[in-house]
Design a binder for this molecule. Structure first.
Ligand code: AHM
Ligand code: MG
Length: 336
């Protein structure tokens, strides 16, 4: 398996199902790989220099304190996409408005839109815990003869043609789907190449983990509180184990491999939940479904069917193996 690189896999995979050109796919991944390797390098020396850890002194559009690495990751992706003649616009969790990219070559019409959370879970940077990048790609809706509009970015998640994440953990792994299964590639830092390491990832049939910030218990809807009790009861393969890093990519990756449900519900103080629909929930929902699971707002609304109305919109979010997500939805319907 070690010999199968991401580039080789993309060329092979494109024969089976991806309806866009191999060239476009390779250009998109060329940008993603380059930026992620730069971030991998920075993350791995974060303990060594004060120029990397800590806050940048800026508060982002979400009203959250931006970390230096958030800013580094944001710029790394923008620069990388700018130079590859494939993407015409980017919306980033770190930027208030979308960013327009002008093509560098007249004959190539950049027609892809990227939505990205350049560095998610960044409160974990200074304490050496896994963090990640979450990305998704759409085809632009407006004519290439006109300017981009907000509608190019406010597309439903079911329009994604590519979604994935990179986890900067004990190793750096890139996981993606083009709608033809979910595949993972581990970076060999000695040669700077991503090799196939996780072919066709599927949620295990029997889940054993629930992931939720239980510190917010008192603020959860009663359906969620009852569901937590259900997870803790002794019956069948229960009680489940509680595992929560506070880094969506890390929590999702573990749950995908070991079998678990991730929940970020609305709370009394955050009625829309915390996670961003476009940058975080849609890509993870796409991957969940591709891995044989399910993603919803907890009240039976499929995440991928939500019509976005603004770039930085939030939504309650639940994802994981289908059966357990449906179980949670039952609790929400019956007890809220
Ligand atoms: P961020 O985009 O500002 O990093 O916030 C998103 C993160 C997710 O990775 C994680 O699942 C969640 O926030 C944790 O939030 P909390 O600390 O409220 O549990
Ligand atoms: Mg985030």
């Amino acid at each position: 398996m070690k010999d199968y690189t991401l580039g080789e896999f993309l060329i092979e995979e494109n024969r089976e199902g991806f309806s866009h050109s191999t060239e476009a796919l390779l250009r998109l991944f060329s940008s993603i790989k380059l930026a992620s390797k730069a971030i991998h390098k920075e993350v791995n020396k974060a303990g060594l220099t004060k120029e990397i850890i800590g806050g940048s002194g800026i508060t982002n559009v979400q009203g959250e304190k931006q970390q230096k690495l958030d800013d580094f990751a944001h710029r790394a992706f923008i620069e990388s996409f700018k130079s590859r003649n494939v993407v015409c616009g980017i919306a980033s969790e770190e930027s208030k408005d979308f960013i327009v990219i002008k093509g560098k070559q007249e004959n190539i019409k950049n027609q892809y839109i990227v939505l990205i959370d350049p560095l998610d879970g960044s409160s974990n940077i200074d304490v050496n815990v896994s963090i990640g990048t979450i990305f998704s790609v759409y085809l632009r809706k407006s004519s290439i003869r006109n300017n981009l509009t907000i509608e190019d970015f406010l597309q439903k998640g079911n329009q994604q043609i590519l979604a994935g994440y990179i986890i900067y953990g004990s190793s750096t792994i890139l996981v993606y789907s083009t709608g033809n299964g979910v595949h993972g590639f581990t970076l060999d830092p000695s040669v700077g190449t991503f090799y196939l390491s996780h072919y066709n990832l599927r949620f295990p049939k029997t889940e054993k983990i629930y992931s939720i910030n239980e510190g917010n218990y008192a603020k959860f809807p009663s359906g969620i509180r009852k569901f937590i009790r259900y997870c803790q009861e002794k019956k069948g393969n229960r009680p489940y184990t509680a595992r929560y890093i506070g880094s969506l990519v890390g929590d999702f990756h573990r749950n995908l491999i070991q079998g678990g449900i991730y929940i970020y519900p609305k709370t009394a103080s955050s009625p829309e939940g915390k996670l961003r629909l476009l940058y975080e929930c849609n890509p993870m929902a796409f991957l969940s479904e591709q891995a044989g699971g399910k993603a919803s707002d907890g009240k039976k609304k499929r995440i991928l069917d939500i019509v976005p109305t603004e770039l930085h919109q939030r939504t309650p979010f639940v994802c994981g193996p289908t059966e357990i997500v449906s179980k949670l939805e039952e609790f929400m319907v019956n007890y809220e």
